[in-house]
Design a protein. Sequence first.
Length: 183
Amino acid sequence: MGDRDRDTEGRAHNARPRDAAGRPLSRGAAGLPRVPDGQVLAPAEALDEAQRLLNVGLPFHAHEVLESVWKTTHGAERTLWQGLAQLAVGLTHAQRGNATGAAALLERAAARITAFAADPPHGVDVHGLTAYATETVARIRAGGLASLTEADRCPRLQSQSGRHTPQVNDLHRRGDAPQAPLT
């Protein structure tokens, strides 16, 4: 137990480097930069950074950004940040090939995020994200992870101009999104 990574309060903490899917690598291996422990961004900055990470295919790292806000937020809004973090974890499971985990986390995310539909804070596209998560779960269950395209794995977290804007799955219904599935 003496060689286990610990934070400053003595809690277990995995400091090993991570790959693009967030899987731990061997000590000393080159990994991707991680969100620094204790980093807390303002909501707008966190949403921008999480979106940037989702856009480049790093949902695990987006989850770390969103989780840092969730863990430092108090009150009802804490549930929103938990749901956003779970959405990113669901996408991480999809990236790692775990259809069951992806569907379960996306369902939990939708249930938490939808509670903010009446008055979405921080421009979060609550309606779009809830529809995205629900439709993505249905697609995973119907056709497995192979039915998801790269575009399906990059939801938009915020609406533009405070209005609902089409999510990736809306584009699929219209036929405007890229169709090449990820392997």
